[in-house]
Design a binder for this molecule. Sequence first.
Ligand SMILES: Cc1cc2nc3c(=O)[nH]c(=O)nc-3n(C[C@H](O)[C@H](O)[C@H](O)COP(=O)(O)O)c2cc1C
Length: 220
Amino acid sequence: MKMIKRLLTIPMVFTMALSLASCGSSTKGESADSQKAEEQTPVEEPAEKTEETASVQEETADAQKVLVAYFSATGTTKGVAEKIASVTGADLYEIQAAEPYTEADLNYNDSSTRATVEQNDKNARPEIGSEDVSMQDYTTVYLGFPIWWGEEPRILDTFVEKYSFEGITVIPFCTSGSSPIGRSGSNMEALAGSGTWLEGRRFSGDVSEEDLKSWIESLN
Ligand SMILES: Cc1cc2nc3c(=O)[nH]c(=O)nc-3n(C[C@H](O)[C@H](O)[C@H](O)COP(=O)(O)O)c2cc1C
């Protein structure tokens, strides 16, 4: 009986020893792997990916920075500018006259009124009263205005001479009683002396966002 017990005990002890050894080695292996993972994965790879992703996002955000700058004496162009901003997700900037235009100033039936006198003088440069805009932050600028005597109001000339449009695509748009945008875009492009100027377009005040969207898509 003693002999039988001894014979049974030897293989059991041997098997336990073996399984303990293999268990021990597998635990050691796992902890070595996880230690490696701790050393490499969290520190090196994601850190690099995060920086990379952030810089791509910044570039994309920069690439899409759009401004709608506009002058509007009686609110019609302002309405169109707001619709363009809504369609494009652009920032809005109002070009305000330091000395606001009164109703009398805008009376085009009287040749001695301010707006008409300014339009008759190519060198008139009405002062801008609104705060400066950080133009270099933008890559696309929609530039809106009403037509006065067939072209852009002189305060637009003040605006385009004031800023550099280097690296910026400028897209003029206007509202009017019926006149087309005419030579307004080329006038301003010449005065600005920088930027890529696209052909502008005239809209009526009640243009829909849908129509503006189609126009904007056609520019690409
Ligand atoms: C001084 C002055 C001159 C204008 N000249 C023209 C013109 O030559 N052709 C035209 O169709 N509309 C003309 N208009 C009408 C405006 O272009 C039109 O009402 C415009 O939509 C007004 O925009 P706003 O409300 O943004 O100022 C003139 C308006 C003013 C005040």
